[in-house]
Design a protein around this ligand. Structure first.
Ligand code: CDP
Length: 215
C-alpha cells in the first residue's frame, strides 16, 4: 500500500468520474489531478499547430514542450479537443512521457494528505497499488445526454445523436487501443451512475472510499 492514500477513479467519458473525483478530494482534503486534462493539452497543442493529433511525431513533440498556458484555455473542454485528446492518448510515447508526472503527483500530493487521480488507466497502469479504486460508468445513452447538456451550455452546437455517436467512437478508441486501454481493474469497485444524480453518486463514492481508508 502507498505511503499516503491514493484514490484511483477511472471510467469512460461523461460517467461523472471527474466531478466525483473533485468532490471526493474536497471532502477528504486531498489533492486532485484530472489526468484527462494532460491529454487535452497535448491534443489542443497539436490542433493549434494545424496538425493531425494521430501523428505520433507531432504529438510526441507537443508533449516534450508541454504548453501549460493551455490549461487555462476555454477550448480545452471543446468537442474537437476531446477527439484530439483521445487520439494522442493512443500513442505510447505520449503516455510514457506523462507517466512520471502522474506517479509523482500520487506519491507527493500537493498539501501532503493524499491524492485523487481520475482518468482511464489510473487503477490499471499509473497507480496499480492505489489504496482504493473506483470504476465509474453509466450507459452510453445517459452519458450522451449529460455531455449534450454540458456542451449546450458552452455554446457547442451538436445534436444529442451526434454526441452519442462521438461517445461511442471515443469509448471504442479508448477501450480498443493497445496501450493502457480503458478497463476496470480487477480490484476496482464498480459504480454505475446510470440511475444516480451527481449527489447520490458522490455519496456512494465517498462511502466506499471512507470504508477503504478505515481498513
Ligand atoms: O471528460 P471526458 O471523460 O470526456 O474526457 P477526459 O477525461 O478529459 O479525457 C479525454 C481523453 O483523454 C479520453 O478520451 C482518453 O482518450 C484520454 N485519457 C487517457 O487516455 N488516459 C487518462 N488517464 C485520461 C484521459
Amino acid at each position: 500500500m502507498s505511503a499516503r492514500p491514493v484514490i484511483a477513479i477511472d471510467g469512460p467519458a461523461a460517467s461523472g468520474k471527474g466531478t466525483i473525483a473533485r468532490r471526493v478530494a474536497a471532502a477528504l482534503g486531498f489533492a486532485h489531478l484530472d489526468t484527462g486534462t494532460l491529454y487535452r493539452v497535448v491534443g489542443l497543442a497539436v490542433l493549434r499547430k494545424g496538425g493531425d493529433p494521430a501523428d505520433a511525431k507531432l504529438a510526441t513533440s507537443a508533449v516534450a514542450s508541454l504548453d501549460l498556458s493551455l490549461l487555462e484555455d476555454p477550448a480545452l473542454r471543446a468537442h474537437a479537443t476531446s477527439v484530439a485528446a483521445s487520439k494522442v492518448a493512443a500513442i505510447t510515447a505520449v503516455r510514457d512521457a506523462l507517466l512520471a508526472f502522474q506517479r509523482d503527483f500520487a506519491a507527493h500530493p500537493p498539501g501532503g494528505q493524499g491524492a485523487v487521480l481520475d482518468g482511464r488507466d489510473i487503477g490499471t497502469v499509473i497507480c496499480p497499488d492505489a489504496t482504493v479504486k473506483l470504476f465509474v460508468t453509466a450507459s452510453p445513452e445517459v452519458r450522451a445526454r449529460r455531455r449534450f447538456l454540458e456542451l449546450s451550455t458552452n455554446g457547442t452546437v451538436m445534436t444529442e445523436a451526434e454526441v452519442l455517436a462521438d461517445i461511442q467512437a471515443r469509448d471504442a478508441r479508448d477501450s480498443g487501443r493497445a496501450v493502457a486501454p480503458l478497463k476496470k481493474a480487477a480490484d476496482a469497485h464498480l459504480l454505475d451512475t446510470s440511475h444516480l444524480d451527481i449527489e447520490a453518486a458522490t455519496a456512494q463514492a465517498l462511502y466506499i472510499v471512507r470504508a477503504a481508508l478505515r481498513t
